[in-house]
Design a protein around this ligand. Structure first.
Ligand SMILES: [Zn+2]
Length: 569
């Protein structure tokens, strides 16, 4: 095969994979190639195995890598994918941003699976970095070994990859511990930090009553001795390092907050190497500054911590990043924070982190939400500080626009009821898999036995004429334990009801229907429903991960053989 043809196959495979959640279809690629090269039609048979091999190879790549390859090797094809949209949304200009000099960062703690709230944070940082031709840093703020696990680092990396976000630099804060300790020592020497040996209860009481403790003014030398003892002598909980703020501050964050504590747990990357670990409050300004971050985005809940952030920068005479706040994402009825999701997983109220009721990225993916829809969704919310609590509807509407043109149509009959049409002519049909896109055909053979949905059957009365979709009209002549009808012609009658159907050779199929997890803050016991029914025979060949539409039922993603998850209507 010549190189040009090979390249064309790779291009079409990557485009197809982009549209189908990372899984290109060899048949669709072949169709594209034959469309472009009429002369290859006779050679189609020889082409098939070669195309299949290329597709198989590319399908092994994670979707993010496929996307980057497409973007790098076939920029025109990549751009075309977005041209159809009315406009590519952009965020408003960023204060103090200079072209080529913007550095943003996404600093997750690897203590859970990333969710759509993380997607919002990372897209804001990513899009601004792109807008100003700057850089995005993915920084794992991994300084609390009690909560962090290796699998969460992987989940975050995979989540970003799936979203198509490519950080310019990936790093771990735990790699910077020696430098962070140096800062701490200098801060103690300069009188900005001190080691407090009060117990947790006393620290709490003193904070509440704005009282200073004896360790605050013990002097830098004694504090430095205590600091050294934290590394090998003191037990966990016996000593903490505090920032010298102001114990009577109205902003209670400033009442000598904790900067370091002893954590004995094994760190997922560093093992038992360290036991004195900095808090987020210390790490954020130190790392942002040394990483060259110009714009540090964080959610509005941290607003009260800005004062502390800048005080630490000033105390260390460090380069000053600009902190920019945005509102946290919340969905009505769906918890969007790790604090709320983790207990659901731990108490088995959901089926793991990928339960389709959850807003985690792996759950959204499993449900059939495309990364493009998540991006559009986040962009549409903007970067304002005002609280936004959109419903699922908006995300679903954006997703529907993306999947409608690519989802093959099949018939699924929930709660099936038999229908006999003794005089029905037999048909041997090729039915289109999409009403107006060329997604191929399916073969359907009909005789005189059908199944229709109970909800449809219930509305039919003797004498009614309805249409079996894309087939023929039926007049109901008998209705008792089963329905019996009479063939009533093939001409479409505009006013008659059109319903989906399956034949006797259909297969059992279940659809999981995820619902809202909380109703008025109470866990919804019925948040996962299962609809059982029959799907047409050709559904046997559906692959896991494929997104389809069950006509008059909804869009679904195949979760396992003969089981789908309802994406949305
Ligand atoms: Zn104390």
């Amino acid at each position: 095969m010549n190189e040009e043809l090979r390249k064309a196959i790779v291009k079409h495979a990557l485009v197809n994979a982009f549209k189908h959640d990372g899984k290109a279809d060899a048949g669709a690629v072949l169709a594209k190639i034959l469309g472009e090269h009429q002369e290859l039609k006779q050679k189609a048979k020889e082409l098939v195995p070669e195309i299949r091999a290329i597709v198989q190879e590319l399908n092994k790549l994670p979707p993010g890598s496929q996307r980057h390859k497409l973007e790098a090797d076939f920029p025109e094809a990549y751009a075309e994918l977005f041209e159809k949209k009315e406009e590519v949304k952009q965020f408003p200009p960023l204060e103090g941003a200079e072209l080529g000099k913007v550095v943003t960062r996404f600093p997750p703690e690897p203590n859970g699976f990333p969710h759509i709230g993380h997607a919002k944070a990372v897209f804001i940082s990513y899009e601004y970095a792109k807008m100003y031709k700057g850089k995005l840093i993915l920084r794992f703020d991994d300084t609390n070994p009690a909560a962090e696990k290796l699998e969460y680092y992987d989940a975050i990396r995979e989540g970003l990859d799936w979203l198509g976000v490519k950080p310019d630099i990936v790093k771990n804060t735990s790699d910077d511990m020696e430098r962070i300790y140096k800062h701490a020592k200098k801060f103690i020497e300069d009188g900005y930090l001190y080691v407090c040996l009060c117990n947790a209860e006393t620290v709490k009481e003193n904070r509440a009553s704005a009282k200073e403790c004896e360790h605050r003014n013990i002097g830098t030398e004694k504090s430095l001795i205590s600091w050294e003892k934290m590394f090998n002598e003191y037990d966990a909980g016996a000593a903490i390092v505090r920032f010298k703020g102001y114990m009577a501050a109205l902003n209670t964050v400033m009442r000598d907050p904790t900067m370091f504590r002893i954590v004995e747990e094994t760190h997922p990357l560093k093992g038992a190497k360290y036991r004195v670990w900095p808090t987020y409050d210390f790490v954020a300004p130190i790392e942002d500054s040394s990483d060259g971050v110009t714009h540090a985005f964080r959610t509005k809940e941290y607003e009260l911590r800005d004062e502390l952030y800048y005080r630490i920068i000033d105390a260390g005479k460090l380069r000053k990043p600009r902190v920019v706040e945005f509102s946290r994402l919340s969905f009505r009825g769906t918890p969007v924070s790790k604090r709320k999701i983790k207990p659901l997983v731990e108490q088995n109220l959901v089926d793991g982190w990928s339960d389709p009721r959850l807003p985690t990225l792996i759950a959204l993916r499993r449900r059939g939400i495309l990364p493009g829809a998540i991006r559009e969704f986040v962009m549409s919310l903007g970067v304002s500080k005002s609280e936004s609590a959109p419903t699922w509807d908006l995300l679903e509407a954006l997703n529907r626009k993306l999947i409608d043109p690519i989802a093959k149509r099949y018939f699924f009959v929930p709660d099936p009821v038999p229908l006999e049409v003794p005089d029905a002519p037999a048909f041997d049909l090729k039915m289109k898999l999409h009403p107006d896109k060329d997604l191929g055909e399916k073969a359907v053979k009909t005789a005189n036995q059908f199944f229709i949905a109970a909800s449809d059957a219930n509305t039919l009365r003797v004498g009614d004429v309805f249409r079996l979709m894309e087939l023929f009209n039926v007049k109901i002549i008998k209705k008792d334990s089963k329905l019996v009808g009479k063939f009533a012609g093939t001409e479409i009658i505009q006013s008659s009801k059109k319903i989906q159907w399956v034949t006797k050779d259909s297969l059992p199929f279940a659809v999981k229907v995820p619902g809202i997890l909380y109703i008025d803050d109470v866990y919804n016991e019925k948040s996962m429903q299962i609809v059982n029914g029959l799907a047409e025979k050709s559904c046997k060949d559906l692959k896991i991960g494929e997104i389809i539409q069950f006509t008059r039922f909804g869009f679904c993603r195949i979760d396992e053989p003969q089981v789908a998850i309802l994406t949305h209507k």
